[in-house]
Design a protein around this ligand. Structure first.
Ligand code: SF4
Ligand code: SF4
Length: 104
């Protein structure tokens, strides 16, 4: 059996380096998501708690009102749904790709 050739330390990219400023926007981190926040506009009171707490700046707003969710960057942590104070939650977490058999 031949030994697998792996890159040596001289050819590997150095870790822990941010080479360009403001480059987070270029990474479509939404691909990591296993749960997806679904916004229910009729329940939304536009308090923007979700916007304040979202760690990925993925709550979209316009003129001081929530307008949607940036699914390219939302990682599905569920914080927005947790902090939403609306009487009927305006954000609920669903399995990515739709409800699965056995889900409530
Ligand atoms: S699930 Fe997490 S990352 Fe996605 S919009 Fe909500 S708070 Fe932001
Ligand atoms: S926290 Fe809930 S009610 Fe407030 S803006 Fe976000 S979705 Fe709307």
């Amino acid at each position: 059996m031949s030994k697998e050739q792996k890159p040596g330390w001289k050819t590997l990219t150095r870790g822990g380096l941010i080479l360009d400023a403001g480059n987070a926007d270029e990474y479509a981190t939404g691909g990591w998501r296993v749960k997806r926040p679904e916004w229910i506009p009729d329940n939304c009171i536009h308090c923007l708690f979700c916007w304040v707490y979202c760690p990925d700046s993925s709550i979209e707003t316009k003129d001081g009102k929530m307008t949607g969710i940036d699914y390219e960057h939302c990682k599905g942590c569920g914080i927005c749904a947790e902090v939403c104070p609306a009487k009927e939650k305006a954000i609920v977490m669903e399995p990515e790709g739709g409800k699965e058999d056995g889900d409530e």
